[in-house]
Design a protein around this ligand. Structure first.
Ligand SMILES: NC(=O)c1ccc[n+]([C@@H]2O[C@H](COP(=O)([O-])OP(=O)(O)OC[C@H]3O[C@@H](n4cnc5c(N)ncnc54)[C@H](O)[C@@H]3O)[C@@H](O)[C@H]2O)c1
Length: 308
């Protein structure tokens, strides 16, 4: 029997995630959105592309959450994206209501599902899903770190002219401008970034990574990034369905790791069929730890505004 993945929100990130996932041929897909006809139309269009690329999965669109019944994974992308000049935090209240509704509506049909949350502000929306569904924390993961780390990898590759396959970057912390690109742990074929890049160029890459989402928002003028966030979702879904025990940076619920409790925060997590199997802890310098704490303060402030 094929796995089933339902994507709530069939907008730019949701439908692009369906596209990347269909290409991987790892699950039947359901797209749900509040806009009438749109998820059905996108799903049919994608289904009609599959004969060309030779992939056998079914793609269904619906406005009814009943279509998601029995999902192995629920991906939540429903919500408003940023407009130029907006921070991710500006979306807090509107998206809390949407994510709460999407969680309540899906958990009743898929009580065993693992949730991957994308909606911003990401770390807080993952918290909303966890508390709304009352799930064990290993079943809720927020996507941010795969994307932020991929951006950093792309920028290093563009600077050095080295294959992205040789470049390993790790960005931790909240999904905001205070995220923490770990330059000490990031490397090119095992050579620490700090040894291969002059300080000024490395600093420029760190800065561009932190502002990577905003750079795309300013260029697009309407909406925010979707190819890379959706590719990140596909990688996480595959790691879970294939029980790969893959370690990726992602937002996990912390219970004391890195000195943090009761928040979702970007850390290295091992993903497998049960969701988050393990959270890894780096030996951080005082400076890195201070940067993480600063990033965590922002997430905590937003959680406190919600009265959960
Ligand atoms: N975590 C990340 O790395 C990351 C990256 C990109 C975007 N995002 C966030 O993801 C969210 C979606 O971005 P997008 O570019 O796909 O936006 P989009 O506007 O293209 O799509 C969002 C979709 O959600 C739908 N929607 C709204 N309320 C709904 C509900 N109650 N039930 C079902 N669907 C509903 C809308 O109709 C729309 O089609 C935004 O909050 C954005 O900020 C996060």
């Amino acid at each position: 029997m094929k796995s089933k993945v339902s994507i709530i929100g069939a907008g730019m990130t949701g439908s692009t995630a369906a596209h990347w996932l269909a290409e991987r041929e790892i699950a039947d897909l359901v797209l749900v959105d509040v806009v009438e006809g749109m998820p059905q139309g996108k799903a049919l269009d994608l289904q009609e592309a599959l004969p060309v690329i030779g992939k056998d999965v079914s793609v269904t669109g619906s406005n009814d959450y009943a279509a998601t019944a029995g999902s192995d994974i629920i991906v939540i992308t429903a919500g408003l994206p940023r407009k130029p000049g907006m921070s991710r935090d500006d979306l807090l209240f509107a998206n809390t209501n949407i994510v709460k509704k999407a969680t309540e509506a899906t958990i009743q049909y898929s009580p065993d599902a693992i949730y991957i949350v994308l909606t911003n502000p990401l770390d807080v929306m993952a918290y909303v899903t966890l508390k709304t569904a009352g799930l064990d924390p290993h079943r809720v993961i927020g996507q941010a770190g795969v994307l932020d780390s991929a951006r950093m990898r792309a920028f290093v590759s563009m600077d050095l002219g080295v294959s992205i396959e040789n470049i390993h970057c790790y960005v931790l912390g909240g999904h905001g401008d205070n995220m923490v690109p770990l330059t000490r742990a990031s490397n090119v074929a095992g050579i620490p970034l700090e040894d291969i890049l002059p300080a000024d160029r490395l600093e420029a890459i760190v800065d561009r990574t932190r502002k990577g989402g905003g750079e795309i928002v300013s260029l697009l003028k309407t909406g925010s990034a979707y190819y890379a966030p959706a590719a990140a979702i596909a990688q996480m879904v595959e790691a879970i369905l294939k029980d790969k025990h893959l370690i990726v940076p992602a937002a996990a619920y912390l219970t004391g790791q890195y000195g943090l409790k009761d928040i979702f925060f970007g850390v290295p997590v091992q993903l497998g069929r049960k969701g988050v199997e393990k959270v890894y802890e780096y030996q951080l310098s005082d400076q890195e730890m201070a940067a993480l704490k600063k990033s965590a303060e922002g997430v905590k402030e937003n959680i406190a505004k919600l009265n959960f």
